[in-house]
Design a protein. Structure first.
Lengths: 339, 260
């Protein structure tokens, strides 16, 4: 067998390298094989290209569907209604209220409680995860010994892989009790508990992206810094972190996008009361939880149904913008460092 | 006949004393001893992987920042061991500056690059900083090209300019020794020529050790040359002697291009 392959290689040049599977005669067989090979290459190319474009196609489809349905809501619900509605209080004075009650006899579609709920969970979660995630990423990239890193990195990545329903369960049953006994909150399930739960999902995102950003900082810069007599901390704070700052900012934005989009944990842990509030210990309801909880029972084609799609469109736009900004930020860093 | 007493020979700036250097379990240098004089250029030549870079990285102890290393023997700077227990690495690296193989300016402005070291070591006075920046850039023969764009990013400079900026940056902390690890390997001939001119000017003020792949370069810029192979020093002598009448057969074979 060996000599045959050798011979083919010599006579048939490198193109016939893979010909050992089917016996090939030299001369005319070479041309025949060439055609078949070209066909195979073409098919593989086409298959991969289709898959590549499929992602774009699907996103466009989701985008279209969501906005088409969401747009329907604008036909019956007035712009001002998305913000709030006028009503009379007990003393007969006219007041403006922010209430989400799509199923009441006079449906109220204020997005304000949902937006406040989403941000009341996402912002503290992002803040907390930023501190812990960056600390973790910096430690992994710059300080941990290779042994420690090999142990720690998979564990952090494992955290990202825990099903969110499990984290939600944990937040609901354990975290909520801890928070209540520590802060003596009025409501056991509140935005803060949700934020803690969501943090568990975002910390690994920020940590691993921070680590990547710092590892992308060329080693030559570290050498240059140490070579000028900088200490470890000076090198980290004056060279490595500034060089990686774009990547780190991007990880924070991406983490925030994840926090806004997170559904299961907030559905389980925030108490689901659509209250327009700035109190972090109040029960809240996020946009995601609203859609998840109400869409199943909304009659298809009803005003509520379309209103929920409108909420989805708002959410999609928000997270899309955040992701876009983070992409731009990363691109800027790449250009700055000439990577 | 001039009967005046001979000028006392300059004491050697750096003494490498039977240095064995290990990366983990792999030995990179074997019993290297060499005395490097002050105020001249000493070149280190040899084939890839012969331990040239390891040797100069052992002098300012930069070799140990990303590797697990172990040594026997010693390196002395002005007679004091750089591997002693009480050595302050910050001070050592301020006194022993380094220019690396690939130009490695920080992604900051030209000015910030030059002043990185001085600021690190506590210079705060604005006038003083300005003065340091100007003299350092002058010494590195870069001032005229960048004086109008000091606040532009260093990444916008050409490779050769970046390397001279790195030289200026190293000089800004007022070192005594300048280590250069193949400083021209990433540059074109014009950039290389400019760096060599710079070295020529600097050699009267500093102890310069240059590692180079390019034998013509060693012949052009240095006064002494050490030839390394497989982690051992094969021959160390005046540059002229090494390139005209080397004592060792291996040296001759290498500089005449029979291998390497």
């Amino acid at each position: 067998m060996e000599p045959l392959v050798q011979k083919t290689l010599v006579t048939g040049s490198a193109e016939a390298k893979s010909s050992s599977r089917s016996p090939v005669s030299t001369g005319g067989g070479l041309r025949q094989y060439h055609g078949r090979q070209r066909l195979r290459e073409g098919l593989i190319h086409a298959f991969l290209a289709v898959n590549g474009y499929l992602a774009i196609f699907l996103i466009a489809l989701i985008f279209l569907f969501l906005f088409k349905e969401g747009f329907q809501a604008l036909k019956t619900v007035q712009p001002l209604q998305w913000i709030g509605h006028k009503t009379l209080d007990f003393d007969g004075r006219e007041v403006f209220r922010f209430i989400w009650q799509p199923l009441s006899s006079t449906p109220k579609y204020s997005l304000m409680p949902l937006l406040s709920g989403s941000f009341l969970v996402a912002l503290p979660a992002t803040l907390l995860s930023t501190v812990i995630g960056i600390g973790c990423g910096v430690y992994l990239a710059e300080l941990a010994s290779p042994r420690v890193r090999e142990l720690l990195k998979p564990v952090v990545e494992l955290l990202a892989g825990i099903p969110t329903v499990v984290i939600g369960f944990l937040a609901l049953s354990v975290l909520a009790s801890v928070v209540q006994s520590v802060f003596h909150t009025q409501f056991r399930l509140n935005a803060f508990v949700g934020a803690l739960g969501v943090s568990l999902v975002i910390i690994p995102v920020i940590a691993s992206m921070t680590e990547d950003a710092l590892r992308a900082v060329p080693n030559e810069l570290r050498e240059a810094s140490y070579g000028l007599g900088a200490t470890r901390w000076e090198t980290l704070s004056r060279v490595i972190l500034p060089a990686g700052i774009s990547g780190i900012s991007a990880s924070i934005l991406l983490g925030m996008g994840r926090a806004l989009g997170e559904t299961m944990i907030v559905l389980m842990a925030t108490g689901n009361a659509a209250v327009f509030t700035a109190d972090i210990f109040s029960s809240v309801r996020t946009m995601t939880a609203t859609i998840a909880a109400e869409l199943g029972s909304a009659a298809q084609g009803s005003e509520v149904y379309y209103a929920l799609f409108f909420v989805g469109s708002v959410l999609f736009t928000l997270t899309f913008l955040i992701n876009l900004v983070s992409e731009i930020v990363v691109e800027r860093m790449r250009r700055r460092l000439r990577l | 006949m001039n009967t005046a007493p001979a000028i006392a020979p300059q004491p050697d700036k750096i003494e490498v004393q039977s240095l064995d250097y290990f990366y983990g379990t792999e030995q990179a240098l074997f019993g290297v001893s060499m005395d490097i004089p002050d105020k001249q250029v000493t070149a280190i030549i040899g084939p890839s992987g012969c331990g040239k870079s390891t040797l100069i990285k052992a002098i300012n102890r930069i070799g140990e920042i990303s590797n697990d290393i172990r040594i026997h023997g010693d390196v002395r700077l002005d007679g004091a061991s750089v591997y002693g227990k009480s050595v302050n690495l910050v001070e050592l690296r301020r006194r022993v500056g380094m220019v690396f193989q690939k130009p490695n300016p920080f992604p900051k402005s030209i000015l910030e690059n030059v002043l990185f070291g001085p600021k690190l070591h506590g210079v705060k006075d604005r006038d003083r900083l300005e003065e340091i920046a100007e003299t350092s850039l002058h010494k590195a023969a870069l001032w005229n090209e960048v004086k109008d764009k000091l606040n532009k990013s260093a990444m916008e400079l050409s490779g050769g300019q970046q390397q001279r900026l790195c030289i200026a940056r190293a000089l800004a902390v007022d070192p005594e020794v300048l280590l250069m690890d193949e400083p021209c390997s990433a540059l074109d001939p014009i950039g290389t020529a400019r760096i060599e001119e710079t070295i020529e000017v600097l050699k009267d003020q500093y102890c310069i050790v240059i590692v180079t792949h390019n034998m013509q370069q060693a012949a052009r810029v240095s006064q002494s040359t050490a030839f390394f192979m497989k982690g051992k020093i094969i021959e160390y002598d005046d540059t002229e002697k090494i390139f005209t009448t080397p004592a060792e057969k291996l040296t001759e074979d290498y500089i005449t291009g029979r291998f390497g």
